[in-house]
Write a protein that binds this ligand. Structure first.
Ligand code: HEM
Length: 187
């Protein structure tokens, strides 16, 4: 993608760089009752330029990788790669990412262009199984650990990034809210 430095990243501009935070808390499913794990995390956002779709839609792209380690034992227990995309003409943001469990997410939301110049940007996206913004899941996950909904709110300033997200899962014969939040600082 040729336009890394000239693309109009709109509300995504504040994301670029490396973020670290150790205030993370994960609430995740376990067969014998759900578990809370404090965690620390690194997220790296890079400029990925822009693309044209069908000669009509222009999307500016932020590419990222995040890695999450349990405080208890320093082991990586979550890894994620993806893109945030800004469709300026339609004031739409997308968050596409994959979780290395056999699960792909495409979440979307609106963003009011008048708020781009604010010192604090809030990005809200969501997805629901079977809808326009949704998921692709492996046959195993569809049967045993199905993701039904995902909602995410991310707040960014020039030196802070915080998020909270809820993933609704159908697992172990029940529906549960798998939640994560963290506060990170630009390094
Ligand atoms: C900071 C972010 C996250 C952390 C730390 C995290 C951590 C975890 C942990 C510890 C489990 C239980 C694992 C196990 O039993 O082996 C789990 C399960 C799961 N997570 Fe996440 N997760 C995160 C984000 C997400 C997101 C964003 C999604 C999808 C939108 C997701 C989808 C799932 C699914 C489908 C399972 C069920 C698999 C299973 O427990 O066997 N997770 N996650």
């Amino acid at each position: 993608m040729p336009n890394e430095n000239t693309a109009d990243y709109g509300p995504l501009e504040l994301l670029f760089g490396t973020w670290k935070g150790d205030k993370g808390e994960d609430f995740a499913p376990e067969p014998d009752g759900d578990a809370t794990s404090p965690y620390y995390e690194t997220i790296v956002f890079e400029r990925a330029g822009d693309v044209d779709n069908a000669d009509d839609q222009v999307l500016a792209i932020a590419r990222y990788h995040l890695s999450v380690r349990r405080k208890k034992n320093d082991e990586t227990f979550h890894d994620q790669v993806g893109y945030w995309l800004w469709d300026k003409a339609n004031e739409t943001i997308m968050h596409s990412f994959t979780i290395p469990r056999g699960l792909v997410v495409l979440a979307g939301g609106k963003f009011d262009s008048n708020k781009i110049s604010k010192p604090r940007i809030t990005l809200n996206v969501s997805a629901k199984e079977g809808e326009e913004w949704g998921f692709t899941q492996s046959p195993f996950m569809m049967e045993k650990a199905k993701t039904l909904e995902f909602t995410q709110k991310m707040m960014v300033t020039k030196d802070t990034l915080s998020y909270s997200q809820t993933t609704v899962l159908d697992i172990y014969g029940r529906i549960m809210n798998h939640t994560d939040f963290n506060n990170l600082k630009k390094v």
